[in-house]
Design a protein around this ligand. Structure first.
Ligand SMILES: Cc1cc2nc3c(=O)[nH]c(=O)nc-3n(C[C@H](O)[C@H](O)[C@H](O)COP(=O)(O)OP(=O)(O)OC[C@H]3O[C@@H](n4cnc5c(N)ncnc54)[C@H](O)[C@@H]3O)c2cc1C
Length: 420
C-alpha cells in the first residue's frame, strides 16, 4: 500500500498507540476472546453490538484499518505498523469477532477487485463497524469444490436475478452484507462460468435458517435465495471471470494470520491458540506431574512454531520466494496444530472437562473445545484440500484427475440443488 503522506516511523506509532490504548480502550476481561458458542441470542447480539462499538472507537481514534489506504478510511500504514498494533492491543478489549470474514477475506477481495464506488461505499462502513460482512461461498452440494457452485445469477437488464442456496455461513443472521459466488454461465467449463456479487443479507427473497452445532451454537446459517435482485453495479469484476476473484478470495481465506497483507488484527482470535495452559494445569493439579508438564511444553512449542510460521510464510510470499498458494501451508499447520492443542487442553483439564462444577466452568469449557476441535480443519477449506494445493501448486506434483474440467458445467454429473 503506498501513500503520498510521509510515513510515521514505526516506534513513534507504537508510542502514540500505546498512550491512546491506555487512555481509551477497556482492559480485556478474563476469558476475553474465548467465546464458547453457547450464548443466548440476546447475549450474542449484545456481543456483536459491543464489537461494532469497539470498532467505532478504533476508527474514531485513527487506528482502524492500519494498512488500508486513507482514501477508503484506513491509515495507509505498513504491515510493520500492523504487527506493532497486534503486539500493543494484547490485554485490551477489541472487536475481535467481527474481523473475520468482514476484513479477511471480504474487504481484502473488495480492495483487490471492487470498483471505486464499491470500495468507497463499503470499506469505510466496515471500518466504522456499520457493516459486518459474510461470505456466501459453500453450498449444500459441497464446499471444497467451490467452482461447482450451483447458485445461479441470470441477467435481466441492469439487474441480476439470483436463485440458490448457500450454507455454513457463520453469523449471517446478525450480519449486514454478503460476498457471493454464483454461476452466470452453464455452457462453459465450471471455472469459466462464475461471477461474484455483493448484496445486503436482510432483504425480501433471502430466507435465513439457523443450524445447531454439536456444542449448542446456532451461529451457522443456511440461506435460501429466491429471485433476489442485485444491480449490475454490485457485481465484482467481470462477468464469468469470478474464478479469478475466487482464487484470490481463497488465498485471503487460507492466509488468515499468514498474510503478506495483514488487513485485520490477529493474535487474540476467538478460542485461538496459546492461552494460559500453565494456569489451566495449575487449576487441575496437572502441573505437579511429569506428563502434565510435558504437555504444557509441547503446547508451548507448537504455539511458538505456529507463530514463527505466521511470520515466515508471508515473508516468503512477499519476496516471491514461493507462490501465493503457499498460504495453504499455514492453513494445514493451523488446522493440525489446532486439533492437537484442543486435545492437550482437554487432557490437562482432566475429568472436569467432562463433568464440572460451577467453580470449574473454565475447565469444563475445554471439553467443549475438544468436541469441536475439527472445525479448524474444515473452516476456510479443509486440511485435505490444503494438502492438495501444497502438493500440486507449491511442490509441482501431478494434478488430481478431474473429469469435469473441460466440459460445459451443464453436462457435469452433480448433486441436485438443495430445495427448501
Ligand atoms: C467453523 C466454520 C465456519 C465456516 N464458515 C463459512 C462461511 O462463513 N461461509 C461459507 O461459505 N462456508 C463456511 N464454512 C464452510 C467450509 O468452507 C466448508 O465446510 C469446507 O469448505 C468443506 O466443505 P464441505 O463441508 O461441503 O465438505 P465437502 O466439500 O463435501 O468435503 C467432504 C470431505 O471430503 C474431502 N474432500 C473433498 N474433496 C476432496 C479432494 N479433491 N481431495 C481430498 N479430499 C477431498 C474434504 O476434505 C472433506 O473431508 C465454514 C465451516 C466451518 C467449519
Amino acid at each position: 500500500m503506498s501513500d503520498t503522506v510521509e510515513m510515521e516511523p514505526v516506534e513513534d506509532f507504537r508510542a502514540r498507540l500505546r498512550a491512546w490504548l491506555k487512555d481509551t480502550m477497556p482492559v480485556a476481561p478474563p476469558g476475553f476472546g474465548q467465546g464458547h458458542g453457547q450464548e443466548s441470542d440476546e447475549e450474542e447480539l449484545r456481543q456483536v453490538q459491543r464489537n461494532r462499538d469497539l470498532q467505532r472507537m478504533l476508527f474514531d481514534g485513527g487506528f482502524a484499518g492500519i494498512v488500508i489506504p486513507r482514501e477508503y478510511g484506513g491509515q495507509g500504514l505498513t504491515p510493520a505498523h500492523m504487527h506493532v498494533f497486534n503486539e500493543e492491543i494484547v490485554g485490551y478489549e477489541h472487536p475481535n469477532r467481527i474481523q473475520i470474514p468482514t476484513f479477511t477475506p471480504c474487504a481484502a477481495v473488495l480492495l483487490d477487485f471492487g470498483t471505486e464506488e464499491q470500495k468507497k461505499a463499503h470499506i469505510p462502513a466496515m471500518l466504522k463497524g456499520d457493516e459486518i460482512w459474510m461470505q456466501f461461498l459453500s453450498e449444500p452440494s459441497g464446499g471444497s469444490d467451490v467452482a461447482s457452485a450451483q447458485t445461479t445469477a441470470v441477467r435481466d437488464g441492469d439487474e441480476w436475478i439470483i436463485n440458490g442456496s448457500k450454507i455454513w455461513t457463520t453469523g449471517a443472521w446478525w450480519s449486514d452484507w454478503g460476498l457471493l459466488l454464483a454461476r452466470t454461465n452453464w455452457d462453459v467449463p465450471k471455472h469459466r462460468g462464475l461471477s461474484v456479487f455483493i448484496l445486503p443479507i436482510h432483504q425480501p427473497g433471502i430466507e435465513i435458517n439457523r443450524i445447531e452445532m454439536l456444542n449448542g451454537s446456532k451461529e451457522f446459517c443456511q440461506e435460501y435465495l429466491t429471485d433476489v435482485r442485485v444491480p449490475d453495479s454490485d457485481r465484482v469484476s467481470e462477468v464469468d471471470d469470478g474464478w479469478t476473484v475466487g482464487i484470490r478470495w481463497m488465498f485471503h481465506e487460507r492466509s488468515l494470520g499468514h498474510s503478506p497483507y495483514p488487513i485485520r488484527p490477529v493474535g487474540q482470535g476467538r478460542g485461538g491458540l496459546g492461552g494460559n495452559l500453565l494456569g489451566l494445569a495449575r487449576r487441575s493439579g496437572r502441573d505437579r506431574d511429569a506428563r502434565g508438564r510435558e504437555l504444557v511444553g509441547e503446547a508451548y512449542a507448537l504455539s511458538r512454531a505456529q507463530q514463527l510460521l505466521g511470520r515466515r510464510i508471508p515473508e516468503l510470499i512477499a519476496t516471491k520466494t514461493t507462490t501465493d498458494q503457499a498460504a495453504a501451508l499455514g492453513k494445514l499447520s493451523g488446522g493440525s496444530t489446532g486439533v492437537r492443542m484442543a486435545t492437550i487442553t482437554n487432557e490437562l483439564a482432566g475429568s472436569a472437562a467432562v463433568a464440572w462444577t460451577d467453580e470449574d466452568e473454565q475447565l469444563g469449557r475445554q471439553g467443549v473445545g475438544f468436541v469441536m476441535r475439527q472445525t479448524a480443519c474444515i473452516a476456510g477449506g479443509t486440511t485435505e484440500m490444503a494438502r492438495n494445493v501444497i502438493s500440486e501448486r507449491v511442490l509441482g506434483m501431478p494434478r488430481e484427475r478431474a473429469a469435469d474440467r473441460d466440459i460445459p458445467f451443464r453436462d457435469v454429473e452433480r448433486t441436485a440443488p438443495h430445495k427448501k
